[in-house]
Design a protein around this ligand. Structure first.
Ligand code: NA7
Length: 551
């Protein structure tokens, strides 16, 4: 017998997707509470305040589109906004939605437990905060919110300043980083993913001496940033409808669309001309505006990889250093492509040194710095740009127990399987946003998560209209969807590359690739969701049965 919980719904997380989800649930007439570990909104943009942090999506596309008020009243200052501007935008959006009053801040969720008799979730918190209960539990945890440190002996012994890009100290009362002084300091950065590349660029300008500890190089390409003038902003505002329509046609909600041509159908001269243009183009032009087979066909991928390798050789003066900066273990675009501004040129500066820690592994961290097998580096600051326990880590940090006490982590460990990346069988009324296998995870997140939340809005409204207490997926629908995720991923070169997209996390000893992302793109995901809705939310059970009639 279902009993009355404290709230109709609880949303965990006050990042981009959580805020919008809460707003939609409230508009639906539900009693809803948001809970957030931090003392403020912003999610990933609140935690990752390191110098150099910025979006790789064109700023005006990295936004909510549901509110004309917001579209009209926010002016972006740069083509690719820096973290403080993105955080100020999210704060403005929170004002427009008026959602802060519905949040409990400083509330880190440690556990969530389903009670099948009462048909409610009980949510528990760190410290002595009392539990809360709800009918529907939405986890908007962020795919990159569980920072990880490498397992290097002696990490806690370092007497200098230790920082992690994902847990950067903040400017009290402001939107940016704490005013730390790196001028003239000896700085070491471990990690050369997107965060490492961004922070290295900034540190190279101020550090007396910067040592980069690189395990794997990445295929970084230019960001193409610059200011947005007042006239340009007016033009952007005048064309919002066209832009939104266009974004919905692209693979991942970015402003780039693959060519309708295969690489080898173009002559070498045509290929070169296109790649030169795309390399100079903004953001993910080269990644997502390329020939349509570059992420599928090894021969095509080798050609574009060689083009980017030549660019690195042109930009780095010392051939040996250039060679260390060229990836050998994966092709261009098969992992997340970091975007950069004069990143490679940093290595031409006398104050910047590159250590290849695959050839010369870090052995330990000491009171004074980092030691490798063949060297000793005295440092004032160590920056860990070592990423996250991506996607699954955000959920695994919480002890989530479904029907009969079954653990979500155990279910993930057995092999990722979800329905639409939204629900998992045996976890009734539990929803995930931008998590494993979700259409918004390999995507321009604000754009794609809003589309998904709008769709979930329809599902929840239908449930409310029917007086449904329990929504859950069927095991069959979940297995079919998971097979589709696996099939789509296996067709791409991304699927055969070790990265956080495929669930490899060597730091955590996680081996063996798994389909953690939906790679089919936004239009296919949206069409699938539309078809499911039109078929009476096919694959979902409402109080244990398919929906009685067409919604
Ligand atoms: P990433 O992309 O996961 O990068 C982490 C980096 O840290 C990567 O270069 C790792 O090398 C490196 N790493 C991790 N552990 C170690 C150890 N033990 N020794 C040396 N180097 C290590 O995280 P980011 O924060 O840069 O970016 C995450 C996402 O945020 C990004 O994709 C964007 O979507 C935004 P590895 O490649 O594992 O050899």
């Amino acid at each position: 017998m279902a009993s009355q919980p404290e709230f109709d719904a609880i949303v965990i997380g006050a990042g981009i997707s959580g805020l919008y989800m809460l707003y939609r649930l409230r508009e639906m007439g539900m009693t809803v509470r948001g809970v957030e570990a931090s003392d403020q909104v912003g999610g990933v943009w609140n935690w990752n305040r390191y110098p150099g942090a910025r979006v790789d999506s064109e700023s005006e596309t990295y936004a909510y589109f549901f509110s004309r008020e917001l579209l009209e009243n926010f002016d972006w200052s740069e083509r690719f906004a820096a973290q403080p501007e993105v955080l100020s935008y999210i704060n403005k959006a929170a004002d427009v939605m008026d959602v802060r009053k519905d949040y409990t801040f400083n509330a880190r969720v440690t556990a969530a437990t389903w009670d099948d008799d009462a048909a409610t979730w009980t949510v528990s918190f760190e410290g002595d905060r009392p539990d809360m209960t709800c009918r529907f539990l939405v986890s908007a945890l962020g795919p990159l919110s569980a920072p990880q440190y490498p397992n290097i002996p002696g990490r806690d012994t370092f007497k200098g300043l230790t920082l992690h890009t994902g847990l950067w100290p903040r400017d009290p009362g402001g939107f940016g980083p704490a005013p730390l002084d790196f001028e003239g300091k000896r700085v070491g950065v471990i990690g050369t993913g997107s965060s490492g590349v961004q922070v290295i660029q900034e540190m190279s300008k101020v550090a007396g001496d910067l040592t980069v500890f690189q395990r794997s190089p990445n295929w970084c390409t230019p960001l193409g940033n610059g200011p947005i003038t007042a006239d340009e902003m007016q033009e952007i505002k005048a064309n919002y409808d066209d832009m939104i329509g266009f974004l919905d046609t692209t693979l991942a909600g970015f402003s780039h669309i693959f060519r309708d041509q295969n690489t080898l159908e173009a002559t070498p001269e045509e290929r070169r001309a296109l790649w030169e243009e795309l390399y100079k183009g903004p953001g993910f032009s080269l990644w997502l505006g390329n020939f349509k087979d570059v992420l599928f066909d090894k021969e095509a991928n080798d050609l574009v990889s060689e083009f980017v390798a030549d660019k690195i050789r042109e930009r780095v003066s010392d051939p040996e250093t250039a060679d260390k900066l060229i990836p050998k273990d994966h092709g261009y675009g098969t992992k997340r492509v970091p975007l950069e501004t004069k990143y490679f040129e940093c290595y031409n500066q006398d104050n910047v040194h590159l250590i290849d820690v695959k050839a010369d592994p870090i052995t330990r961290i000491t009171e004074t710095g980092i030691e490798t097998e063949s060297g000793k580096f005295d440092l004032d600051v160590i920056i860990f740009a070592t990423g996250f326990d991506a996607i699954v880590g955000s959920w695994n940090r919480i002890d989530i127990r479904g029907r009969d006490g079954v653990s979500l982590k155990d279910s993930f460990d057995e092999g990722m399987s979800t329905y639409l990346g939204m629900q998992v069988a045996d976890f009734p009324n539990f929803f995930m946003l931008v998590g494993p296998q979700n259409g918004a995870t390999f995507c321009n997140i604000p754009r794609c998560s809003a589309l998904m939340i709008d769709w979930l809005d329809g599902l929840m409204r239908t449930a409310l209209e029917q007086g449904t207490q329990v929504i859950e997926p069927t095991s069959e629908a979940q297995a079919d969807y998971t097979r589709l995720c696996q099939k789509l991923l296996s067709r791409t070169l991304i699927g055969s590359t070790n990265s956080w997209f495929t669930g490899i996390n060597t730091n955590l000893g996680r081996e063996g690739r798994d389909a953690l992302v939906w790679i089919g793109g936004n239009p296919m995901y949206r069409d699938l969701c539309t078809r499911i809705r039109e078929n009476g939310y096919e694959g979902f059970l409402f109080d244990g049965a398919p929906l009685a009639e067409e919604p």
